[in-house]
Design a protein around this ligand. Structure first.
Ligand code: TNX
Length: 498
């Protein structure tokens, strides 16, 4: 096929197919007619490289859920079938791009990489009406690739713990919108949630409770690997965070030798109500166990995480001396690099001497972000637009309000490239929406705060800015809010979508 120029989007709002696509692809050209799948339609691999079994099986499962039809797999696809083709010669759409052509002769999906094929299947599944018995796909030609490589969600399992099954479910939900990073905030003052070999008290003591005296919990190494594997099947990279040197009361309470005094403080189950009272805990380089602890924690995280990132936190270290803070971050950076991984940290790490490749996650203060060297990369999580723990409206039960109310228009209406002077798309790795869980105790609340706002973030991260506007987005978000409700997700029903 010929290439579709990146500016050639055809926005025909009368066309149903377009209303079903979220995030909006780079180029969509509606055709005439439909392709109606039947019990004889098969899903096959076109000529080219094989090896994307999970993607095909997942597609077959999704088609069954959307239409009721169970499609068979074919070794070689023919007319009328759905053909997936991995073709290393297709390089222009990058790792995640794809081309999808649907017409009377069938559906052809082509990509240069397995991740692109996966993304194409997400688009194909969105194109169904999701009405039982309706197996029609609109004729269309789509050429697509994302704006940013990092489109993330963050789940804080430290303030309140969420089980492996809940995290697996969360992965399935975010994958619908082509989100490709799941950042797990694994440790904080109120809980340490990952077993570390040789340090059993971290979880036995530090994982035993939660904010508000909950019962806590933690992941074994096997649990963590199960999460990583499920994420990988959905082309999601796990970004593990162990927050240091602040936000460490759970570790300090578990291991006396991490304290300068040699004595542990009590467990902390309260919640800092304002930004001034957070950051009361700190690790210290001079405490007897600190360096050994850092080596063990980072090397286990690196070994158990196939993705290239290790997030070391670094936020709100208000109880750490400024010079020691920088030494601490630089030590963590060396440790992360010694395992061949890329350093990620909250914006405060910009105070330390960061080496090329470091990723700075912006959340609050542009002046702090600007201290980062020219070589740094940025993930944008501005609290006022992306913080999923902020209430949608004053009547929302769960969540907080310090960064303002965030309804779906606010979650959608920002451009990462114009947020901070001097930090444009050439330096931005992507976007992420964090869900902090001090005031989020149940998985129903998690889903209510995340959906549909994560769909807004997904389009901020995927769709070219010139193709984004609230009026075009609103009906598409309404379609997907409805679909989430159909599968039982307790979403937030925004009045803006009525
Ligand atoms: C600030 S964002 C924090 C978190 C809190 C959150 C609550 C950041 C790097 N630190 O520790 O949970 O606010 O909204």
């Amino acid at each position: 096929m010929g290439t579709t120029g990146s500016d050639s989007i055809v926005v025909d709002t009368a066309h149903n197919a377009l209303h079903r696509l979220l995030p909006l692809p780079l180029a969509v050209q509606p055709g005439d007619g439909v392709l109606t799948l039947t019990a004889h339609t098969r899903v096959g691999i076109g000529a080219g490289i094989g090896g994307f079994d999970h993607t095909i099986n997942h597609l077959i499962g999704d088609v069954q859920k959307a239409t009721g039809l169970h499609l068979a797999r074919a070794a070689i696809a023919t007319d009328g079938d759905i053909t997936l083709q991995l073709d290393g010669d297709i390089t222009e759409h990058g790792e995640e791009g794809y081309e999808l052509i649907i017409g009377a002769q069938g559906a052809q999906l082509r990509a240069g990489h397995p991740h692109g094929l996966w993304n194409g299947t997400r688009t194909l599944v969105q194109l169904f009406a999701h009405v039982p018995g309706d197996a029609a796909l609109p004729a269309v030609r789509i050429v697509d690739r994302p704006r940013y490589v990092w489109r993330g969600a963050m789940l804080d399992v430290a303030r309140h713990f969420f089980s492996v099954d809940q995290v697996l479910r969360f992965i399935e939900l975010i994958a619908r919108f082509k989100i490709n990073r799941l950042h797990l905030h694994l440790t904080d003052d109120q809980g340490w949630r990952l077993a570390i070999d040789g340090w059993p008290t971290l979880t036995n003591i530090g994982g035993s409770t939660a904010t508000g005296h909950g019962s806590g919990g933690w992941f074994s190494r096997a649990d963590y690997s199960e999460i990583v594997a499920h994420a990988a099947r959905h082309f999601i990279t796990i970004v593990p965070e162990v927050d240091m040197p602040g936000h460490t009361n759970a570790a300090l309470a578990s291991v006396p030798a991490l304290n300068l005094s040699g004595t542990s403080p009590p467990l902390y189950t309260a919640m800092a109500h304002d930004l001034a009272s957070v950051g009361f805990s700190s690790l210290h380089l001079a405490a007897p166990a600190t360096r050994h602890f850092i080596t063990d924690v980072i090397s286990q995280l690196a070994a158990d995480t196939p993705g290239k990132y290790v997030h070391i936190g670094g936020d709100e270290a208000n109880a750490t001396d400024a010079t020691e803070y920088n030494d601490f971050i630089e030590l963590l950076q060396r440790e992360v690099h010694s395992h061949g991984k890329q350093l990620v940290g909250w914006e405060e790490i910009a105070n330390a001497a960061l080496l090329p490749g470091a990723i700075v996650q912006h959340w609050l203060r542009s002046d702090v972000v600007r201290r980062a060297p020219g070589s740094a990369r940025f993930v944008m999580s501005p609290a006022a637009h992306t913080y999923l723990d902020m209430k949608h409206t004053p009547s929302c039960q769960a969540g907080r309000r310090w960064a303002g109310f965030i309804d779906v228009d606010t979650a959608y209406g920002w451009d990462p490239a114009t947020l901070i002077d001097g930090i444009g798309d050439d330096r931005i790795e992507g976007v992420e929406a964090p869900l902090w869980t001090e005031k989020v105790a149940t998985f129903d609340d998690v889903q209510h705060l995340c959906f549909p706002r994560l769909a807004c973030l997904s389009e901020v991260g995927w769709t070219a800015q010139r193709h984004r506007d609230w009026n075009g987005f609103r009906p598409r978000l309404a379609v997907h809010a409805h679909r989430l409700e159909q599968i039982g997700v307790p979403i937030y029903r925004s009045a803006l979508l009525e």
